[in-house]
Design a protein around this ligand. Sequence first.
Ligand SMILES: NC(=O)c1ccc[n+]([C@@H]2O[C@H](COP(=O)([O-])OP(=O)(O)OC[C@H]3O[C@@H](n4cnc5c(N)ncnc54)[C@H](O)[C@@H]3O)[C@@H](O)[C@H]2O)c1
Length: 339
Amino acid sequence: MTSTPVRIGLIGAGRIGASHADVIARRVPEATLVAVADPRPGVAADLAEPLGARGETYVEAVLTSDDIDAVVIAASSVAHSELIVAAAQAGKHVFSEKPAGMTLAEIDAARTATATAGVAFQVGFNRRFAREFVAAHEAIVAGRLGSVRQLRSLTRDPGRGPSDPDVVPPWTIFTQTLIHDFDTLNWLNPGARAVDVVATADSLTAPGHPTLLDHANVVIRYDNGAIATAEASFAATYGYDVRGEVLGSEGMVTMGEGAQSSLRLHNADGRVAATSHSDTDLLIDAYTGEFAEFAQAVQQGRAPSVTGDDAFAAFAIAQACIDSMASGARAAVAQGVSA
Ligand SMILES: NC(=O)c1ccc[n+]([C@@H]2O[C@H](COP(=O)([O-])OP(=O)(O)OC[C@H]3O[C@@H](n4cnc5c(N)ncnc54)[C@H](O)[C@@H]3O)[C@@H](O)[C@H]2O)c1
């Protein structure tokens, strides 16, 4: 156990990497941002230097540095699994953005590599650190809702849909967006395992597009009998929207009222609440909380509260959604990697 700040190397300086760098450098006293790496020339230095860190063009420079204890991976999703394995083999603790891989086999390889290396491994399921969701989880674990019977989780991205549907990788709505909802539902239904899913999705902002799915509804059945609904849209004109609801035998909790604060403007339009138009705004405290948890886990030599098994379980639901879309039928959720 140490109280020395954990020295972080950030890999990936894109949209979320820029936010993560700022959060780690300014809001997490248990961590120090030491370096940022990104293959795009100059991008890492432009982000790192104003925050007192150094920029690198090669990831290897971070992985081989003695002054870095842990990496935060915010690179493109297709690179996650390989980077997690390389970082673990280099002896670095690993925080990776979701998903931890693009297949169940990749995620299994990532969790195995981190376990073998004996390093901490946390995946970026930030909703687990959002205050209302934490309170809901505590109420459920304490039994205040009785037995969990029905759950809902929802993510809506702000705007009017992708500006170029052709660049959205197939199945993004399940593997990148709803994966947050799948993890949230798993977490809010403690001890239960997802059994099967039925998924319905379509392209409503670009009708007829061959691969884009921008709206999706998923029904998940759990082995404790609970039934969950996960819903996502890429086109919410009113802002970024994250909500949840759990109904138990003794009561209900709801999370995510959607307003930026309790401030209401009362005027001729009615009673108006301002909304956030980005995840990094709405969930800034949750991002801070997830990095504080990661750094504290490293300092205390314990496993973080969000594990590689959680990453696997959430992606298994995403994979089942893809299977359900392909077959048009209910699809089983994998419990492990098939041989
Ligand atoms: N948890 C969340 O709330 C949340 C929100 C947004 C994005 N994300 C995840 O974060 C990741 C990045 O998303 P983004 O929106 O910032 O994407 P982005 O395209 O804006 O940025 C990705 C960055 O990674 C860099 N990169 C690509 N391959 C790399 C490699 N092998 N090594 C190092 N850097 C590499 C690119 O040059 C780019 O700068 C995605 O996996 C996404 O799913 C998570």
